[in-house]
Design a protein around this ligand. Structure first.
Ligand SMILES: [Zn+2]
Length: 176
């Protein structure tokens, strides 16, 4: 593994940082600079974890990044709220079971459904192709009756979104 070493005034202890483009940096505190032997063993201990992270980042490189294209966060968020509501309105039986709808920043997911009936969605939803957005909303909606990914759950999704398997696959090409 290749990495650059950076000495830091603020760092309290050693850490390995993986950047978006796959670069690795070993941050070493200036105060109490560890010995080379200590550094080597630290890198050795963490190598598996770092390699896993680098692999994941390389995989993300091929994914589509959803860009605001200069539109402010609040506007994107509001667009997503409008779109989510529009989709949900098509399913009145479920709509009544929803307590709250939240549109927020997520790092690794598109949406969630809580036991209490709160649906949350990633604010970037409205930047996705509309059929993928529909699939995500239906997916979370179907969780109201099944808080798992059982056969019954997927049957529910299928009922409202017959092409869900294709959308599920397409969704993987987008970076959350
Ligand atoms: Zn789910």
């Amino acid at each position: 593994m290749e990495y650059k070493m950076r000495k830091s005034k603020r760092a309290q202890r050693m850490s390995l940082v993986v950047y978006w483009d796959g670069r690795c940096e070993l941050v070493v505190p200036i105060k109490n600079t560890p010995s080379q032997k200590h550094i080597d063993s630290f890198v050795r201990e963490n190598i598996k974890l770092i390699e896993k992270r680098v692999k994941k980042l390389e995989c993300n490189k091929n994914k589509t990044h959803l860009s605001h294209q200069g539109v402010p966060f609040e506007v994107v968020q509001e667009n997503t709220r409008l779109l989510v509501n529009k989709i949900l309105a098509k399913y009145p039986d479920y709509y009544n079971k929803i307590k709250t709808i939240r549109i927020k920043k997520y790092k690794a997911q598109w949406g969630s459904c809580s036991l209490s009936g709160c649906l949350s969605f990633n604010y970037k939803l409205s930047l996705l192709p509309v059929e993928l957005c529909e699939y995500i909303v239906i997916h979370e909606l179907a969780h109201i009756d099944h808080m798992n990914h059982s056969k019954l759950f997927w049957n529910n999704v299928l009922k409202f979104c017959p092409d869900y398997q294709q959308y599920k696959k397409e969704l993987r090409s987008y970076l959350v």
